[in-house]
Design a protein around this ligand. Structure first.
Ligand code: AMP
Length: 400
């Protein structure tokens, strides 16, 4: 294939994140974001060749309008011609998709059917696919699923202690998310330590606004903290992570919460935001905790780090050996405070921190932040867009 640029589209409920990736160099030629969609504050930002463009979107302020504006900009910049494909991030692929897929009528139907498992995400992803097909119908479109990497989990890891019929009849099981990120950083980590991925075992911690921890053996996911939905697992920006399900009955029966209110509470009002009462943003909380002496911000961060360390230790049960720990995502790549707390909590597993390296490793730098006697503690910047682009090209090459 002579042309190697892929437009990657990541459609959320009120945003479209996009980038053009050169799959040969892995570099992003252009990046941008349309946000606050479906409101009259909808805006569009594009970064290209050290220049940024920012403008308000015109009515109807929807995903279609965002993709149309993107195509207009790409046409103006003469970038439409260089595109070989459009790669879409699709959150839920259920048990059906353990690989990326060329988008056909059947694949779109399957993504729509899987909306019952991801009502917040799959409909938005599908909207992005429809908008891109309308505007860029001449290009092949590929779906890359967040859950696909975790389809290698064994039954003992993905089944809940619930009646088996709920799995058989309603597909209720653990799926795991952030698959593109976990698989990418595990591959990079194997390169870093100079061992074939097939001989490596890692625990990977993707810590961003959403957070998940995955046990990876021989390049395959064997267990992960997120579950049936991305709500399970560690404390996140505004999601609670694990709670006793009994709390939900208590909220409904004794505190008059409706199902919608419980949903809002656990997904939007909890996590770092709920605990601190201040923000879901780790950087803001670190400032509040350590520059302004805000105790609740400090407590929120302590709980966040402790629960992550607890999950890392628990997920070791899924591995037969352990080379090291990988930190990625906005927090994992940048917060030396969070990494220090987590590693200090894990000295029993022989993780020990090199303070200087920890302080110096941020802003897109990869490094081992452990002492020589420790297991590896690697910081590896993720590149979900790069994975989506390269997997899209792979799908096209296989389809030829
Ligand atoms: P992501 O969802 O991967 O973009 O990550 C977003 C999270 O990364 C937010 O909580 C940010 O506050 C956090 N983050 C980004 N840069 C830093 C930093 N320098 N220090 C601490 N947290 C950071």
């Amino acid at each position: 294939m002579s042309q190697i640029h892929v437009l990657v589209i990541n459609c959320g409920s009120s945003s479209v994140k996009f980038s053009i990736i050169n799959t040969r160099s892995g570099e992003a030629v252009l990046t941008g974001l349309a946000e606050r969609l479906l409101s009259n504050k909808a805006s569009f930002t594009l970064h290209y060749q050290q220049q940024s463009e920012h403008f308000s979107l015109q009515a109807p302020y929807d995903h279609q309008a965002a993709v149309a504006a993107l195509v207009q900009q790409l046409s103006k910049l003469e970038l439409l011609e260089i595109l070989s494909a459009v790669g879409h991030r699709v959150v839920h692929g259920g048990e059906q998709f353990c690989q990326p897929a060329l988008i056909t009528k059947e694949v779109k139907q399957a993504i729509a059917d899987l909306s019952r498992l991801a009502p917040l995400h799959n409909p938005a992803n599908l909207t992005g696919i429809h908008a891109a097909e309308k505007a860029l119908g001449h290009l092949p479109q590929v779906a890359v699923f967040d859950t696909a990497f975790h389809q290698s989990m064994p039954k003992k890891a993905y089944l809940y202690g619930l009646p088996y019929a709920l799995y058989q009849e309603h597909a209720i099981r653990k799926y795991g998310f952030h698959g593109s990120s976990h698989s990418f950083v595990a591959g990079q980590a194997a390169n870093f330590i100079g061992k074939p991925a097939s001989q490596c075992s890692f625990i990977s911690a993707h810590l961003g606004n959403g957070c998940s921890i995955t046990a990876i053996q021989a390049g395959q996911s064997v267990d992960s903290s997120m579950g049936f939905t991305p709500l399970e697992g560690v404390v996140m920006g505004s999601r609670s992570g694990d709670v006793d399900p009994g709390i939900i009955f208590h909220l409904i029966e004794h505190l008059a919460y409706s199902p919608e209110q419980v949903h809002q509470l656990l997904n939007k009002d909890s996590g770092l935001l709920g605990l601190s009462g201040l923000s879901n943003d780790c950087r803001e909380l670190e400032q509040a905790a350590f520059q302004q002496g805000n105790h609740r911000a400090k407590l929120a961060l302590e709980i966040f780090c402790y629960r992550i360390a607890k999950y890392i230790a628990a997920l070791c049960a899924g591995l037969t050996s352990l080379d090291g720990l990988i930190f990625t995502g906005g927090i994992g790549e940048n917060s030396s405070y969070v990494r220090e707390q987590i590693i200090n909590q894990l000295s029993l597993l022989n993780f020990h921190l090199d303070q200087d390296k920890n302080r110096e490793t941020r802003f897109g730098k990869s490094d081992d932040i452990s002492t020589p006697s420790s297991r590896y503690a690697l910081v590896i910047p993720t590149n979900e867009e790069g994975v989506i682009a390269s997997q899209s090209v792979q799908v096209l090459q296989e389809a030829i």
